[in-house]
Design a protein around this ligand. Structure first.
Ligand SMILES: [Zn+2]
Length: 163
């Protein structure tokens, strides 16, 4: 696989409670891929003329699916998902910050993933623009974040904090 650029100015911050929920979601979905949505806030910080983006996770929804590839299921049901987003936005003032899924081994985007990332960025629904894709290795629970930003794939920073 082509080496992915690391963008340290973009970071996703999750608390240990959400991390546990991601692991449980992965465990319950086996042998299939797990999939879910992380809601929260996106903070833009300007420091010495530089822009930093913090994606702060506050809530995780594990999507129960019997599909082998729930991410494709998600992409095929964008209209339905839009209702979930509206609900989170109106009731809890949270926005979608990350699309989560697992791989049986490895925590890097597949060819299908990068195609989907590009597709969602261009699909015209702003809720899906500049999302961080979080991918977890189902075996060792390694977790990475990726973004498609300015027509480029990048790995982003990840920080786990105490709840
Ligand atoms: Zn994948």
């Amino acid at each position: 696989m082509k080496k992915i650029k690391f963008e340290k100015d973009i970071k996703i911050i999750l608390n240990d409670k959400i991390l546990d929920e991601l692991k449980t979601c992965v465990k319950n979905s086996q042998p299939n891929e797990a999939c879910g949505l992380i809601f929260g806030d996106i903070k833009e910080i300007v420091r010495a003329g530089e822009y930093y983006y913090q994606y702060i996770g506050k809530k995780f929804n594990c999507i129960e699916s019997d599909k082998k590839s729930p991410v494709s299921f998600l992409i095929d049901n964008i209209e339905k998902l839009n209702e979930v987003f509206q609900d989170a936005a109106q009731k809890q003032n949270l926005r979608l910050i990350s699309i989560f899924h697992s791989h049986p081994a490895g925590a890097y985007p597949s060819g299908v993933d990068t195609r989907n990332m590009k597709y969602l960025d261009n699909c015209g629904n702003n809720a899906f623009r500049n999302q961080i894709w979080t991918i977890m290795d189902a075996h060792n629970h390694e977790l990475n974040g990726f973004i498609y930003f300015n027509e480029e794939f990048m790995q982003v920073g990840l920080e786990i904090v105490k709840d």
